[in-house]
Design a binder for this molecule. Sequence first.
Ligand SMILES: [Mn+2]
Length: 462
Amino acid sequence: MRYQQQIEDLYERNSGFPSVVQAIRDLKQNPRVLIFSHHDLDGITSAFILKRMLERLKGAEVVVRMPQHFKLWEQTLVEALEQEGRFDMLIISDKGTFEYYDSLLKHIEPIVIIDHHQLDGRPQKCLLFNPTVQNSDYASACALLCHMIAKKLTEVDRYDDFAALVGCRGDFAFDPVGKTAAEFTKPFLDYVRSVFPNLLEVRSGRPTMYDIVDRTRTALINQIGEVLQVGTIAHFYKDMLNIDVVSGPRLVLEFLLELVDRGVDPKQIRTVREFLGTKPKGMILSTVFEQYKEDWDLLEARTENPVYLGEVRGVGIYLLFAREAKAMERAPFPAILPFVASTKLEVFKRRGGHPHAAVIVFCPKERGVHISMRGGGGIINCGKICFEVARRLQSRYPGYSGIGGGGHARAAELLADKPVPMYAVMHELLFAIEQLIEVAKALDRGELEPEKLKLAEAFGLE
Ligand SMILES: [Mn+2]
């Protein structure tokens, strides 16, 4: 299907799409719009596309905020409104689809949610565009949805195309080296390939954090994606590298906006060095990237020797106990270590002779224990397992709010803040994995006792 056709189809099938488009169209001229976007690459590029579109279309004054937590907290919104004054619209992009967002309408109206995550209750009063929930076809990246909205409302340019591609890259929606892509991304990718062949060409070079299966080749979009991804954590390197960065996500957003001002043509870029240029923001990104590569090498050494926990239906489960790079010990989200661990999945799989592998990273940090789980080949469910372990920990520490876990089938997180002791987290984790291995075996033998089925369901085993 052609990309334009996909947009028209979605516009017909998804009632949220036209309602969001209409709300933006109905804005008066020169409105003030507040955007809260996710602090990752997809969120930043979503904000980039929305901001430029609103400026072009309505002469809007747009304020973008990208705090370091996923769900938009009421407190954070109230503070922003106190500091920035009145707005004619709030857009929440790539920050989840929470029913709770309806309750924010007492502070600002209308609220537009653009998102591609699974549902957490259905907001009724906010305007929602989320094909993952509304049409149950997994929408690869929020930036792509923003690109579609922009195309419906106005002309998009090559910077919008470029931003949407970077957003898709950040959210693993395609792999130019392995030549795979999520269904939802394919029409856009076909279109982009004709516009920016230079970005998608397979080339030799240092493998990036995105080159998970084939560690011998890469592509310029992967290299650019990695440099920008590292830029989002630049503020953690502030003291170590003596650089002037308050917020990594803001640095990346402003760098992208400067590309437009400088008239850099994404079609003409051949190398990362060319992409970064010689202006201050590009130089900071380059400095941070050099340190990151050193940290990556250090973490690769730390992930050499995992503990093999066992196999579940052909999935070898491996445990890594490792610290983050020094500057990242304060990061409240997956910084570098889980990305390094992802690139080890193929190695562990091959070495162990399993059809698939999963890796559990057990990482002591400043705030407590951070577990990241990756892989599983679609056979075991990382999100369900992290959720279940977190639930058990919560019942051990009732009333304590610093424990949480969950995520997607192939990538999930668990956080247990201090004072929950490290050994308690390890205990629950190892016990749960032992149970998972046992219950899968029992089920495959045809033992279907209710308590076993209940366990299997909790772990997300079919
Ligand atoms: Mn996203």
